[in-house]
Write a protein that binds this ligand. Structure first.
Ligand SMILES: *[C@@H]1O[C@H](CO)[C@@H](O)[C@H](O)[C@H]1NC(C)=O
Ligand SMILES: *[C@@H]1O[C@H](CO)[C@@H](O)[C@H](O)[C@H]1NC(C)=O
Ligand SMILES: *[C@@H]1O[C@H](CO)[C@@H](O)[C@H](O)[C@H]1NC(C)=O
Ligand SMILES: *[C@@H]1O[C@H](CO)[C@@H](O)[C@H](O)[C@H]1NC(C)=O
Ligand SMILES: *[C@@H]1O[C@H](CO)[C@@H](O)[C@H](O)[C@H]1NC(C)=O
Ligand SMILES: *[C@@H]1O[C@H](CO)[C@@H](O)[C@H](O)[C@H]1NC(C)=O
Ligand SMILES: *[C@@H]1O[C@H](CO)[C@@H](O)[C@H](O)[C@H]1NC(C)=O
Ligand SMILES: *[C@@H]1O[C@H](CO)[C@@H](O)[C@H](O)[C@H]1NC(C)=O
Ligand SMILES: *[C@@H]1O[C@H](CO)[C@@H](O)[C@H](O)[C@H]1NC(C)=O
Ligand SMILES: *[C@@H]1O[C@H](CO)[C@@H](O)[C@H](O)[C@H]1NC(C)=O
Length: 487
């Protein structure tokens, strides 16, 4: 070895003492959480399900930005408010102006605020909820946006508002997207929308986040209330920064919420509304469920059941769930599991156990639910863009197409653009359709007139679908990790 190289290596090695050691990150999400013997027997869990629940719960916990949501004091309503006598919907209760993003995995030019506000239940009563605003570095500029407050902006640009309805994260307090390091929908929705220059205003649906609530899961008009009141609350807090104009968007449950918002806007117009983008939306929820044989369905039905008595006081969980199903949902609430944990518990030992009561779908409460939550066949405020993958196993194409068709037959003058993507599944439709829906949102703010009436298009990639990473997958196949190594 030449002396110069040798002295270089000695020098390099001797500097080692000052180097910080790199920590490896857990990527297998091994569980440190353990179910008790009593929990295991009460919910009749097999050893395999015990293992799966422990791994799933630990994985879900690893997605929190720092502390668990149930341990984060941000979500506690200030004690000077009386929870039984809250101010009107849309009122701000608490604001965190600059959320500490060091433990989130959010694009580095973006910043975030979180707030608590008053929302409105399906039945019109006040309920506390949480939400976030994801702010871009620079607002996208449009010539005639107006600040939402009675305020002269003196030509200073305002941030155009997109109200975002999230997809299903779960049904318990622990499942609020605003406390998850990737905000749950990450690059599929909030990151990409904010990076395009919009302020994303996104509620955690009531029951997620703030303690002691029950999530009225999939009571879509209730989540549409959350969305409108979160936008109003954010506008009241940042009257000179946020635009009065807003577009509503969402996918999956959030697509159903967005469509429900467009129907609500027809009945209860809110000034500033520019239109709705609904991706793989749930419309006739029970029809979509009937066509879906996957185990995920048990979780969805049971998830609806666990919140139904917030709307129907006479409803009991045992109306839809078997005793073991009831026991498993009590466990989910006890351990504050989210969608992946509840999926494992609802998988029912590979179908060996029955979680849902026979005939649950023909009960009075199911009939009420079917009508009350229905999207489609009702008037809505356009324009609305609906995008749908033809291979979607959850919010399936025939159900969505039927809802679009019924709506267009009854209301031929509504502005509804329907685009189907061949070979595309539930979540990837946001990626396949990304430039289309982002352009559509931009056009609404730019004041471009949306086409009149209904239109229907089916698109296929000129090169075919083979080789696309997401072909066949209904969801994403990767997660965001921290970069603790630098480059
Ligand atoms: C997780 O568990 C497996 C099997 O016990 C083990 O091989 C692996 O090293 C563990 N990973 C971590 C990050 O603890
Ligand atoms: C990684 O996993 C192990 C075993 O499950 C756990 O003891 C440890 O606290 C975890 N470390 C981090 C940084 O999460
Ligand atoms: C408990 O689970 C076992 C095995 O999966 C099953 O045979 C038994 O019927 C279950 N008991 C109840 C009450 O569901
Ligand atoms: C943000 O959080 C990190 C990690 O918890 C902490 O080290 C840092 O001091 C915090 N920054 C501020 C400005 O509070
Ligand atoms: C806006 O403020 C001006 C001046 O303070 C007032 O005259 C006007 O009535 C306000 N407009 C609305 C819509 O509140
Ligand atoms: C909510 O409204 C529904 C339908 O209008 C009604 O049947 C139900 O009793 C109401 N629930 C509560 C808690 O007031
Ligand atoms: C309820 O579900 C059963 C079993 O899947 C099915 O045969 C029946 O048609 C459903 N009823 C309704 C009203 O959809
Ligand atoms: C919906 O309408 C389109 C054209 O408007 C038609 O091609 C299609 O067959 C209809 N589908 C259903 C399920 O009604
Ligand atoms: C993609 O969709 C087309 C049209 O429905 C179909 O003919 C083709 O078989 C599909 N390809 C794959 C790989 O699924
Ligand atoms: C912008 O101004 C034009 C002309 O007044 C109007 O037609 C258009 O609707 C406005 N756009 C928005 C987003 O308000």
């Amino acid at each position: 070895m030449p002396p110069s190289l040798k002295s270089f290596l000695v020098c390099l090695l001797s500097s080692r003492a000052t180097l910080a050691l790199l920590n490896s990150q857990n990527d297998t999400f091994n569980s440190t959480f353990r179910l008790t013997a009593q929990q295991i027997s009460a919910a009749n869990l097999s050893a395999d399900t015990v293992h799966n629940v422990e791994v799933a719960l630990q994985y879900e916990r690893s997605n929190n930005a720092g502390s668990l949501i149930q341990d984060d004091p941000f979500y506690i309503v200030p004690s000077h408010y009386n929870l039984d006598d809250l101010p009107p919907p849309g009122t701000i209760l608490k604001v965190e102006v600059h959320t500490n993003l060091s433990l989130y995995t959010i694009p580095n030019s973006l910043s975030m605020s979180r707030f608590l506000y008053v929302s409105e239940t399906f039945n019109g009563t006040s309920v506390p909820a949480s939400a976030y605003v994801l702010w871009p570095y620079l607002p996208r500029s449009f010539s005639n946006l107006t600040a939402c407050g009675n305020y002269s902006s003196d030509g200073q640009p305002v941030y155009p508002v997109v109200g975002l309805a999230h997809g299903t994260s779960g049904q318990t307090q622990a499942c609020a997207p605003s406390g998850l390091r990737n905000l749950w929908d990450e690059f599929h929705e909030p990151f990409i929308i904010a990076l395009q220059g919009y302020a994303v205003v996104a509620p955690d649906y009531a029951g997620l986040g703030v303690p002691n609530g029950i999530s009225p899961y999939f009571i879509l008009p209730a989540q549409a209330n959350d969305l409108f009141h979160a936008i109003a609350a954010a506008q009241s807090e940042w009257p000179s920064l946020l635009s009065k104009e807003f577009v509503v968007a969402g996918q999956s449950q959030g697509g159903g919420v967005a469509w429900a918002a467009a129907q609500r806007q027809h009945n209860r117009p809110v000034e500033g509304y520019l239109g709705t983008m609904a991706a793989s939306p749930f419309t006739d929820v029970l029809a979509a469920i009937a066509a879906d044989s996957s185990a995920e369905n048990n979780g969805r039905v049971a998830g609806i059941a666990q919140g139904l008595n917030t709307v129907l006081p006479d409803f009991q969980l045992s109306d839809w769930l078997t005793p073991v199903g009831v026991a498993r949902w009590n466990l989910i609430h006890e351990i504050k599991g989210c969608g992946i944990t509840s999926g494992q518990l609802s998988a029912a030992e590979g179908g060996a156990l029955q979680i849902l009561q026979d005939g649950w779908n023909e009960t009075w409460s199911a009939n009420w639910y079917r009508q009350a939550v229905m999207n489609g066949g009702k008037p809505f405020a356009g324009p609305m863009l609906v995008i749908q993958g033809t291979e979607d196993p959850n919010a399936n194409d025939p159900t969505t197409t039927k809802s679009v068709n019924e709506t267009c037959e009854l209301f031929p003058d509504s502005q509804l653009q329907y685009i189907r993507y061949n070979n595309i599944t539930h979540v990837p439709v946001l990626l396949a359709g990304q430039h289309t829906w982002l352009d559509w949102i931009r056009d609404r703010f730019a004041g471009v007139a949306a086409p009149a009436g209904c239109s229907h298009q089916t698109l296929s990639p000129p090169r075919g679908i083979n080789g696309a990473a997401f072909a066949g997958w209904s969801s994403q196949t990767w997660f965001l990790e921290y970069d603790v190594y630098g480059i």
